[in-house]
Design a protein. Structure first.
Length: 230
């Protein structure tokens, strides 16, 4: 993890602890609400760092290798708890229940960022992380990383490339498409886009598999449990 991310996160932790000490000196009625506010801010910073690094590990070929892995190892307990909450909220979502009945795909946004391909002219990438739970018994649960390349100053038309990271240990690059303002899509070649692809995303399988299991998105199979007990 880079020095900037480390410093920002440690500052957030220090600020949270300082604030909690101040609250302990005040009346007890404010202590719980104060902790909740600053715990939320801390979690936002941790998740912003993880989401940004995950997206860059897919769509920034200049990113220093292993930064996502190192960041995850440092904050895995917080990150897995966040995804556990997302999974629980998804299971309670009526729209997900409808998706189970109809078989249509369900997606839930986790976070996003904007990156730039060039500044003259200005060309930007809208990057998104999504949770795509399975809707059939044989469907893997997936984290989807999406890059949208704006082709004009408007949102559409755009090129879209997405990468699915499944709890079945598969990482798949979905075929790129060009989407217009009406939502109509046509297949394009990767070479038709300027979206930078980073092969390092395929080296992070263990990071995401650990996250799937720690968050309860994927439960250990009987065979996995046997191997761990040996």
């Amino acid at each position: 993890m880079g020095a900037i991310e480390t410093q920002a996160t440690h500052l957030a932790i220090a600020e949270r602890e300082r604030t909690m000490r101040n609250h302990m000196r005040d009346n007890s009625g404010d202590q719980v609400s104060g902790f909740a506010i600053f715990n939320d801010e801390y979690m936002k910073k941790v998740m912003q760092g993880f989401i940004s690094l995950a997206l860059d590990t897919a769509f920034n070929d200049q990113l220093e290798k292993d930064r996502l892995r190192n960041y995850y190892e440092e904050f895995k307990e917080d990150i897995s708890k966040y995804f556990e909450k997302i999974n629980e909220e998804t299971l309670e979502d009526p729209n997900y229940s409808d998706a189970l009945i109809t078989g249509r795909e369900y997606t839930r946004s986790i976070g996003n960022k904007v990156s730039f391909i060039s500044f003259s002219p200005v060309k930007k990438l809208q990057l998104d992380m999504q949770y795509v739970p399975g809707v059939r018994a044989d469907d893997p649960n997936k984290i989807r990383l999406v890059a949208k390349e704006a082709l004009t100053s408007e949102e559409y038309p755009c090129h879209i490339i997405s990468i699915d990271i499944g709890d079945d240990k598969m990482i798949n690059l979905n075929p790129p498409v060009k989407r217009d303002s009406q939502g109509v899509e046509e297949m394009v070649s990767v070479d038709d886009t300027e979206i930078p692809l980073n092969d390092d995303i395929f080296d992070t399988q263990d990071v995401f598999m650990d996250l799937f299991q720690k968050s309860g998105i994927k439960t250990q199979s009987e065979e996995e449990n046997k191997s761990l007990s040996n």
